[in-house]
Ligand binder design. Structure first.
Ligand SMILES: Nc1nc2c(ncn2[C@@H]2O[C@H](COP(=O)(O)OP(=O)(O)OP(=O)(O)O)[C@@H](O)[C@H]2O)c(=O)[nH]1
Ligand SMILES: [Mg+2]
Length: 360
């Protein structure tokens, strides 16, 4: 198949994906096409991360690979008619469509190229990231954004810190001491340097998910008033600009899902009080998410772009994967941006205080 007709075919799918108005409409189309429910649900999650129609596009692309070349467009057209979106057939009628679907090898290589380009862009952004005010020599402003990881024992905080580093550098190094075989937990705060200006702070486990811990322990840690050093002493800590709650949703936990959801919602409102901005939540899951009932309730309660579903690399399994790296680095970029806005918030509060002191 020529690259021209391949481009046309993807354009048709992109046009359809871009013009789906609601999740329900996408779901109806997916069901008409016989796409499994978990792929439909997965596309909804992916739509929340990055380009809003990316998940729908990938869902249609995956579907098209299982179709006969001669019939795929006819089936697509019928499905669009049945869900009342005949208008979307226009892109096919305008001659932007092809009579067959693209050759898989050609498609794979162009997908690979797109992934590499996207990955390079993300890495460039992070590598060159420096807060603009610091470039302008604002001495009061921290030069480093601290992203702090919190969560239950064994939830995957250290593995996430390692994954962020691996996705960025391409070299796997257990710099955060992931717990091998669940035997050894992180005992004290660890700093993982992604770049000179972006550091991850991996903390020890939360003792339990009692909401009292939020004001007694976690918020003081975020404010830099409490930390544990490598001699097990409680000390002054590091101010955390972007707090992230890590929840291993797939793994059985000591804490029931409802109690964990309540804990996260309480922590979120404490972070909102402190920074005027929501908590980030990383939900670690192993497989494609299964039917809708399995979706964690927090994903409906927090802003969409603050709840991320991620797969970690681990000590045992860290074969490089472009798509996984892209998801992990997009998450890192979002955390850096949240951190920077939270620093703005703190600086403004400090300036206001100084001004009111000056005028009093
Ligand atoms: N299969 C799989 N295993 C994971 C994943 N994330 C973490 N693990 C495993 O879960 C175990 C605990 O992971 P850690 O990263 O050490 O957990 P932690 O939150 O740092 O634990 P503490 O330091 O005790 O609080 C390790 O054996 C990891 O290899 C994941 O996405 N998939
Ligand atoms: Mg750990």
């Amino acid at each position: 198949m020529s690259s021209r007709s391949e481009q046309d075919f993807w354009r048709v799918l992109t046009h359809i994906a871009e013009n789906m108005k609601t999740d329900e409409e996408t779901e109806k189309l997916g069901l008409e096409l016989g796409i499994p429910q978990y792929d439909i649900d997965g596309s909804r999650v992916a739509n929340r991360h990055g380009i809003v129609y990316e998940g729908t596009f990938n869902m249609l692309k995956k579907w098209s690979r299982l179709q006969h070349q001669e019939t795929s467009l006819r089936i697509l057209r019928q499905a669009l008619e049945r869900v009342g979106r005949i208008d979307l057939c226009e892109s096919m009628d305008r001659g932007e469509s092809t009579s067959s679907i693209p050759d898989v090898a050609e498609t794979e290589s162009s997908a690979l190229k797109n992934h590499r380009e996207e990955l390079d862009k993300l890495k460039d952004y992070l590598q060159n990231y420096r807060q603009i005010e610091c470039i302008n020599n604002d001495k009061a402003r921290p030069e480093v954004v601290h992203i702090g990881l919190y969560g239950e024992k064994g939830s995957g905080k250290s593995a996430l810190a390692n994954s962020l580093k691996f996705a960025f550098t391409g070299t796997y190094d257990d710099c955060a001491n992931e717990m091998p075989m669940h035997l050894e937990a992180t005992r004290y705060k660890q700093r993982i340097r992604i770049t000179e200006h972006i550091h991850i702070i991996d903390s020890r486990e939360m003792r339990d998910v009692d909401v009292r811990q939020i004001s007694d322990d976690i918020i003081p840690q975020i404010c830099g008033k409490r930390g544990v050093d490598d001699h097990n002493r409680v000390t002054g800590g590091i101010v955390i600009h972007c707090p992230v709650f890590v929840w291993n949703f797939a793994k059985p936990s000591f804490c029931p899902q409802e109690a964990m959801t309540e804990f996260i919602i309480n922590l979120d409102s404490a972070v909102l009080d402190h920074y005027g901005r929501h908590l980030m939540v990383a939900i670690i899951h192993e497989k494609e998410l299964q039917p809708r009932e399995d979706f964690p309730a927090v994903s409906a309660l927090l802003p969409k772009d603050h709840v991320w579903m991620l797969k970690n690399y681990t000590l045992d399994n860290h074969e490089h994967n472009d798509e996984k790296n892209i998801a992990i680095l997009k998450f890192l970029k979002k955390c850096v941006n949240v951190g920077e806005r939270n620093i703005d918030f703190e600086m403004e509060k400090r300036n206001e205080k100084e001004l009111s002191w000056y005028h009093s």
